[in-house]
Structure formats: C-alpha cells, structure tokens
Design a protein around this ligand. Structure first.
Ligand code: ATP
Length: 323
C-alpha cells in the first residue's frame, strides 16, 4: 500500500533472531451456546511471513482472531502472540500488534485528525507523524468527521491507525473489504513488503485471488477445524486433480494408496474426478493399468479448487493432517 505508514529501518525483533513462532495456538476450542466455532485449532505462524486464514462464512476466522487479540476467552486450549498469552495479558498483546477488525469501531463524533491524536496518546512519538502521512497518502481530509466517511475511507483510517506504530505483527480481519481495486492492490503489495522486513501479517479472507497474490503460508479453516496448513507453494504442488475415465459407470476403482490422500471424489457417468494430495507418478501408472480404466488425466489443482475440496461436505477426515 503506497498509503501505509512508513516502515522504519528494520531492526530484528527477538522473535526473528530466535525464529520462535510469532503466533502459537494449541488445541484451541471455542464453544458457543449453539455452535462449536473452533474445535482444536493448533497452528504455528513464523515471523516474516504473510499468513492467510481462509474459510467460508461462519468457519471460525473472526472467533480465532478475537481469541488471539484477547477479546475472547477460549473454552479450552492455549495461545501465545508475540510471546504474550492474550488470556493473561490482553493489553500486552494489543500494545505489540496492529489490529483491524472486520467492522472497525471508530468514534464517529471525532474527526480523522482527532482520532489520530487520541490513539497516539497510547503510543510513542512516531505514531502521529506516521498516521498523518498515511492519511495524506489516502487523500482523506483530516478535518472530516468519522461519521461522514465512506466505508472505504473508514477502512483506510482503521488501517492507518493499525499501522502507525509499525507493529511487528499485523492482524487483519477481511482487510480489503470496502477498498477499491487500486487501493486494494497497493495495500496487498505493501503486506508483502512488510513481511520482507521481518514483520508478520496475519489476515483472514475468503478472497482466494487475493490470498494467492500475497500469502506465503495458508491455513484453511472449515467448521472450526484446520483442514490444511502449510506453505502455499508446497500445497499447490502437492495436490492434483485426477480424472479417471472407465468403461462402465458401475465399475469401482480403488483409491490411490497411502501416502496419497483423496480430498474429494465425484462421479459423473463414466468419469471420476478426484482431488488427491501426495500423488506419485507410480500411482498414476497403477491407475492407468487398472482393468476397466480407459484414460487417466492429471493436473495440478488451483488454490480455488483446493479450497472447495477442503470445504466440501464430502471432505475426507484424513485431510485434517497439517503439512
Ligand atoms: N458471540 C457469539 N455467540 C454465539 N455464536 C457465535 C458468536 N460469535 C460467533 N459465533 C458463531 O461462531 C461461528 C463462527 O463465527 P465467526 O464469526 O468466527 O466466522 P467467520 O469465519 O469469521 O465468518 P465470516 O467470514 O462470515 O466473517 C458462527 O457459526 C457464528 O454464528
């Protein structure tokens, strides 16, 4: 984002020198009265990465972020954010991170300048000039009242506030909703720049194309469980679409053996479509040699296809194993 707060010369954070994860969660569960929003989420997020938590509506993304930022107490499990336990010291976590929620709460009666001045009182002297520079780059008039801003302008003010103390960890819940395509593009590029300086970005999203552009590590959350977790490049190479044509629609074909994992399987007439993880050339060869198989076509799956496979109701339990 050309409009983000200026990034200071990089000094390694303690987390980076030791390569301790910036975020660790261990078997986090969140049980609400009518639903289990999280069911045993264990994750580690490394410093200097853009991590994307992907999931459909209601998957549990916001709940997870609320726990990490100390706004929600989990039913069980534990987590550490920048070396601090958000359950014990929520203020300690919030001081170290930048956070923009999916519906940023800004004091409507303040002006853009006033909210910057007010928030600056919680941080050091560099906050206000950084905030003011960011607001200028976004072309927002400082004297405008928050309540008169458009949705996108509010998002820009919220981002400017979150970035002005140059946090080592930025947590963003659906960061680009409300931003126009140009600002969105600049903003996403700036997230890559942040990670290159050793800072960490955690974003939640269901925008596959955005995640593909910026994230180096992803996790797919479905019904409160992590279905897939790992470096995006590795995940992309390890999952294939396999289409098997057979001579008889009723012919049964054994799935590829372990370590392959069938994520989803669909039958349409004489064709079977599978999404398979860890498929080897030998397995493809064996499928081609199977009696009744007339053709086998394979290709690397797209992230969108991986997402659909992981969030499909036909999802196999084996998928829950993280890479
Ligand atoms: N305070 C609450 N009380 C009861 N149920 C809740 C509460 N907060 C969230 N939930 C439920 O927990 C589940 C996960 O919600 P959450 O907001 O974490 O999903 P999400 O992945 O962020 O969805 P979206 O992409 O739509 O924002 C949903 O079924 C939701 O209704």
């Amino acid at each position: 984002m050309s409009s983000q707060a200026p990034v200071a010369d990089h000094l390694p954070e303690p987390n980076e020198t030791t390569m301790e994860p910036v975020i660790t969660t261990d078997a986090l569960t969140m049980h609400f009265r009518r639903c289990d929003a999280l069911m045993g989420v264990s994750l580690e997020i490394q410093p200097g990465t853009v991590f994307a938590l992907l999931g459909e509506n209601g998957a549990g993304k916001t709940t997870m972020i609320r726990i990490l930022t100390g706004f929600q107490k989990p039913t069980s499990g534990s987590c550490t954010v920048c070396g601090v336990n958000p359950l014990r010291d929520p203020q300690g976590v919030r001081r170290q991170i930048g956070y923009v929620s999916d519906a940023p709460a800004l004091y409507d009666w303040m002006t853009v300048a006033q909210i910057g001045g007010f928030t600056a009182s919680f941080y050091d002297d560099s906050f206000l000039p950084n905030y003011e520079a960011s607001i200028r780059r976004y072309d927002i008039r400082p004297e405008q009242k928050i309540r008169h801003l458009s949705k996108g302008q509010r998002a820009k003010v919220a981002l400017s506030l979150a970035l002005a103390h140059d946090p080592s960890l930025l947590i963003l819940d659906e960061p680009t909703s409300g931003l126009d395509p140009k600002v969105r593009r600049n903003f996403l590029e700036s997230m890559i720049d942040r990670a290159a300086t050793g800072r960490t970005v955690f974003l939640s999203s269901h925008q596959i194309s955005e995640v593909e552009r910026v994230a180096d590590t992803i996790a797919i959350l479905h019904h409160g469980r992590i279905r897939l977790h790992g470096p995006l490049a590795e995940l992309r190479e390890s999952i294939h679409e396999v289409v098997i044509d057979v001579d008889d629609p009723l012919r049964s074909i054994a799935p590829p053996p372990e370590p392959a994992e069938v994520l989803t399987e669909e039958t349409s007439g004489r064709s079977r479509q599978l999404f398979v993880r860890h498929l080897s050339p030998e397995m493809i060869h064996a499928l081609r040699e199977t009696p009744g198989v007339t053709e086998v076509r394979t290709r690397i799956a797209t992230l969108e296809e991986i997402f659909v496979a992981c969030t499909s109701h036909r999802t196999a339990p084996a998928m829950t194993a993280a890479i």
